[in-house]
Design a protein around this ligand. Structure first.
Ligand SMILES: Cc1cc2nc3c(=O)[nH]c(=O)nc-3n(C[C@H](O)[C@H](O)[C@H](O)COP(=O)(O)OP(=O)(O)OC[C@H]3O[C@@H](n4cnc5c(N)ncnc54)[C@H](O)[C@@H]3O)c2cc1C
Length: 415
């Protein structure tokens, strides 16, 4: 048992767990899960809500075997649940492999990422969860089980919100290593983005649009393009390629951002916006994100312009990304090509009264809040066709509710 910080990364959640345990082997983990009545696994604590909290014991699996087991024939690898996603990406490179995509930073754990439906961007890229082929986990009864694609439970077991057990290893699809170059286009008018949405987001491997929804109605497009596709424009979508390195948050020093200005390098050093070597301190920010059907995205973005006076003052920045549909029951991209409309808020109390307003705006269009970020939503279960099946799965794997917590009860109750 170790003493450690009892808050999440942002510092807005006090975990209130009675202890944090870090078993040194799978057998110890099984004993630990069996011994306690209330348990919650903890990754790198980057979620902004109480999803990882428990009144019982938190468990980190950082003490388990840290080896990566690559199968170069099937292009898959078993990877440790606690490994940071960015470290995994870097470790695959010497073997000639890469992960398909990475979130905005690589500091989050593999298990924490896939369990909450974490994503990067790219029309042809699914969420990080969609690359999972199997999971190994310790269930509430202390059994070690593997759930793979042949199991009828599989589609409910990946974006599991930590409700089915403590994940020890994950088998993911990997791809041949590839290079990326990153270019930032500055001062792009909002109208260009809504008028040319498909052209912009299909223009490269991964594309993000950043804006503060300020009165100037301008933003930045971050284009991560494959190195063998030339991507050169003097002027594009009303903006101009930046000639100096940029940070997505206006006025911030870009020193910790990944390489830009079209310089080619390994994908693991370009797909995230932030360098892995940079250790982010406790963040002075909160985050909310809605995953919306791609078919609704342009209209929703146009409507947000009317919101902008209300949200601009509270925002550090907002990011728009795309992702391909998957078939995971609780994924934000389940059953539809999806656009992520994300808000990085200032860490101020005024954000909280806005959360139900934001939900009321996105819900009628099928918006689903990111599981790892802040939201205040009603009738959440209705937004997923597989939600009822997931509840059945949870009852089967965890009949006593060992992994349940206040956050989950809020989701079931609508809040
Ligand atoms: C600065 C910042 C940038 C971000 N960027 C993005 C982004 O680009 N895209 C995006 O989609 N999201 C993003 N997020 C959100 C982030 O990806 C999710 O919050 C993710 O879940 C964090 O992983 P974690 O390891 O910190 O998980 P935690 O917060 O520690 O846990 C999340 C959930 O996973 C469960 N869990 C963790 N480990 C295990 C395990 N071994 N077994 C079972 N359950 C487990 C926990 O119980 C909890 O339910 C960002 C967050 C921050 C703070």
């Amino acid at each position: 048992m170790t003493a450690t910080s009892r808050t999440n990364w942002s510092g807005n959640i006090d975990f209130a767990a009675s202890a944090l345990e870090t078993p040194g082997s799978v057998a110890e983990l099984q004993a630990c899960v069996s011994r306690h009545d209330a348990v919650r696994a903890l990754g790198t604590a980057h979620c902004f809500n109480g999803i990882a909290a428990t009144r019982g014991v938190q468990i980190q699996v950082t003490g388990l075997d840290s080896r990566i087991d690559i199968d170069s024939t099937s292009h898959t690898a078993w990877v440790p649940a606690a490994m940071k996603y960015g470290e995994l990406a870097k470790a695959l490179q010497p073997y000639g492999f890469a992960v398909r995509n990475i979130a905005s930073l690589g500091h989050i754990s593999v298990a924490g990422a896939v369990i909450t439906g974490t994503h990067g961007s790219g029309d042809a890229n699914g969420t990080l969860s969609s690359t999972v082929r199997a999971l190994e986990l310790v269930t509430a009864a202390g059994d070690l089980v593997v759930i793979d694609e042949s199991s009828p439970d599989f589609c409910g077991s990946v974006v599991s919100l930590g409700m089915l057990g403590v994940v020890t290893r994950v088998r993911i699809s990997i791809v041949p290593a590839f290079d990326i170059a990153q270019t930032v286009i500055d001062d792009v008018p909002h109208a260009q983005v809504t008028e040319n949405f498909d052209a912009i987001f299909s223009s490269a491997y991964s594309v993000s649009f950043f804006t503060t929804w300020g009165p100037e109605n301008l933003g930045q497009i971050w284009v991560k393009h494959l190195a063998d596709h030339s991507w050169r424009h003097e002027e594009w979508m009303g903006g101009t390629p930046a000639t100096i390195k940029c940070h997505p948050l206006p006025g911030h020093d870009p020193i910790h951002c990944t390489e830009q200005l079209g310089v080619v390098g390994p994908s693991y050093e370009r797909l995230p916006h932030f360098k892995l070597e940079f250790t982010p301190s406790s963040g002075d920010e909160l985050q909310t994100e809605y995953l919306v059907p791609r078919t609704e995205a342009v209209q929703l973005l146009q409507g947000l312009l009317e919101f902008s006076p209300r949200i601009h003052e509270l925002l550090h920045v907002s990011e728009i990304r795309t992702m391909a549909a998957d078939d995971l029951w609780l994924s934000g991209a389940s059953g539809r090509d999806t656009v992520g409309i994300h808000f990085t808020w200032k860490k101020v109390p005024e954000v909280f009264p806005l959360l139900p307003v934001i939900d009321e705006y996105f819900a009628p269009a099928g918006g689903r809040p990111h599981w790892g970020k802040l939201f205040d939503a009603t009738a959440l279960p209705d937004r997923y066709s597989g939600f009822g099946n997931f509840v059945d799965l949870v009852e089967r794997y965890d009949p006593s509710g060992k992994f349940s917590n206040d956050w989950w009860r809020g989701v079931l109750g609508g809040g």
